[in-house]
Design a protein around this ligand. Structure first.
Ligand code: FES
Length: 495
């Protein structure tokens, strides 16, 4: 086992969040060397690592499977050839280690023999004998199986099941498991690599392999030139990682990096979430998936007559299955059509994405979400994305006009059950958050005051507000009055 581990691999081994390790490095509890940590330092910080690991990984996997699309989280063994290549590589390492160990044992025996044969006076003889005993004792304890060997076993297992991928120049990294392509694994880790069709046609996911071994697992129609091939270019949507890999690839850093798209999607299902909220599930063609950042909106169009701008309520990690929460609005043609007539397999055009309500991924602060009624839709998307990035602390306050407007309580409770770093609270305003009056503004302010008074850390975090314009503006004003800088308050306004 190599002495130095990437933060992602180290976090997986000891069963904690990557951000937790970063904090330990910042506080000086854990040493880092060029972004890597030493196994012994890691063990000193996590002496019980082998017990926690499995439990935590299972918990995180379970919630991600519930929250995200199945395509991304299907558990599978790596491709047979990839598995064989990784096992072969591990066997070579084992073989080299065994040979080295054998050499060291021989050297040790020769050294002990040499000491036996050493002729000297009585005082020196005693020193030689002490030295001989000491060497024997040290050699025996060095060869005893200990905790670090348990970690080594887990690390070797992880190396067979998952490859570690680093992306340059952004510095992102992720683990690739099962039969995922490089693109799928990056998406499930919340890393927005550049791509288009996901199917080997457009060439937008082209990247260069700087080091490591990849394998083409899917045919692609897009033709790479000989020059590109000789430079190590590959398509991320058609290749998987055989060994640990470093790539040169473009990562979307802002909404400007996401292209405007027009996609003919199909209605997969329309299901009630509450009396006046429907879950609209659209599916894009396999070759034209929707690229967006969590929290963004799109315009949906049915024919020429019905259209609406709606926030996406799902995670970008499942770019083919796009979810929306549609609210009943009498007199709104799009809402009426969805509630009364829209059926599975109908065609809906998606245009976009748009909007800047996205996660500030580089911020080290805790994440506070305030969802007002169906403002939960964009917040759900951002929270799921934050989970895939292993955010350290997430707190959701769902403030609803009435109890019925907290329409996905099971999802929120499942997050809380599965993740230690997710906390939530439900609040009922007792009036329509879309119909504000001076008196209602005052009542909402009081409710926010109560929340802030009970949470001393709130003003140290990043605040995300989403929901009906009237309610969000009250909350925005509330946080401004408390002195929270504008840059730490993100808002998504809904009609
Ligand atoms: S995303 Fe289009 S070729 Fe890979």
């Amino acid at each position: 086992m190599s002495k130095l581990l990437s933060l992602t691999r180290a976090a997986r081994l000891v069963g904690v969040n990557r951000v937790v390790l970063q904090k330990k490095i910042q506080s000086g509890e854990l040493d880092a060397h060029d972004g890597m940590v030493d196994v012994d330092d890691l063990l000193a910080c996590y002496p019980d690592a082998e017990i926690e690991d499995t439990v935590e990984i299972q918990r995180i996997s379970r919630i991600k499977e519930q929250a995200f699309g199945k395509r991304i989280f299907e558990r599978a063994l790596p491709d047979a050839e990839v598995l064989a290549a990784r096992v072969t590589e591990l066997s070579k390492t084992l073989d080299r280690s065994q040979a080295m160990l054998e050499n060291l044992k021989n050297l040790l025996n020769r050294l002990l023999k040499k000491l036996d044969e050493t002729q000297c006076d009585a005082a020196s003889q005693q020193a030689v004998s002490d030295l001989r005993l000491w060497i024997r004792h040290e050699a025996e304890s060095a060869m005893e199986p200990g905790l670090s060997n348990l970690l080594a076993i887990k690390d070797n297992m992880l190396r067979v099941m998952a490859a570690h991928v680093t992306v340059q120049p952004s510095g992102h990294d992720f683990l690739l498991e099962g039969q995922d392509t490089l693109l799928e694994a990056a998406m499930s880790a919340g890393i927005p690599l550049n791509y288009g069709c996901s199917g080997g046609n457009c060439g937008l996911c082209k990247a260069r392999v700087i080091s490591g071994q990849v394998k083409k697992t899917r045919h692609h129609d897009y033709v790479l030139t000989e020059a590109e091939k000789s430079q190590g270019c590959i398509l991320l949507c058609s290749n998987t990682a055989v060994s640990d890999v470093t790539l040169e690839a473009t990562v979307a850093g802002s909404v400007q990096d996401i292209p405007y798209q027009q996609i003919d999607a199909t209605v997969k299902s329309v299901e009630p979430l509450a009396a006046d909220i429907l879950l609209l599930h659209l599916q894009t063609p396999r070759t034209q998936r929707l690229r967006f950042l969590a929290g963004q909106s799109v315009t949906l169009r049915v024919g020429q007559a019905y259209s609406a701008e709606l926030p996406i309520a799902s995670c970008p990690c499942d770019d083919r299955n796009v979810l929306f929460h549609v609210r009943l609005q009498s007199g709104n043609l799009f809402s009426d059509y969805v509630f009364d007539r829209l059926k599975a397999r109908e065609s809906v055009e998606i245009e976009g994405p748009q909007g800047e309500f996205i996660l500030h991924e580089r911020s080290p602060r805790a994440l506070y979400f305030f969802a007002f009624d169906d403002g939960f839709a964009p917040i759900k998307s951002v929270i799921e994305h934050a989970m895939s990035l292993n955010a350290e602390f997430i707190r959701l306050h769902w403030i609803a006009s009435s109890r019925e407007n907290i329409y996905m309580p099971n999802v929120v409770r499942a997050w809380a059950d599965a993740l230690d770093n997710f906390h939530h609270a439900e609040h009922v305003a007792g009036f329509d958050l879309r119909a504000m009056t001076a008196n209602r503004e005052e009542r909402l302010m009081k409710q926010l005051c109560g929340i802030a008074e009970n949470d001393a850390e709130l003003l140290e975090g990043d605040v995300y507000l989403a929901g009906p314009q009237a309610a969000v503006r009250v909350a925005e004003q509330f946080f401004q009055d408390l002195g929270l800088p504008r840059t730490r308050v993100s808002i998504s306004l809904m009609t």
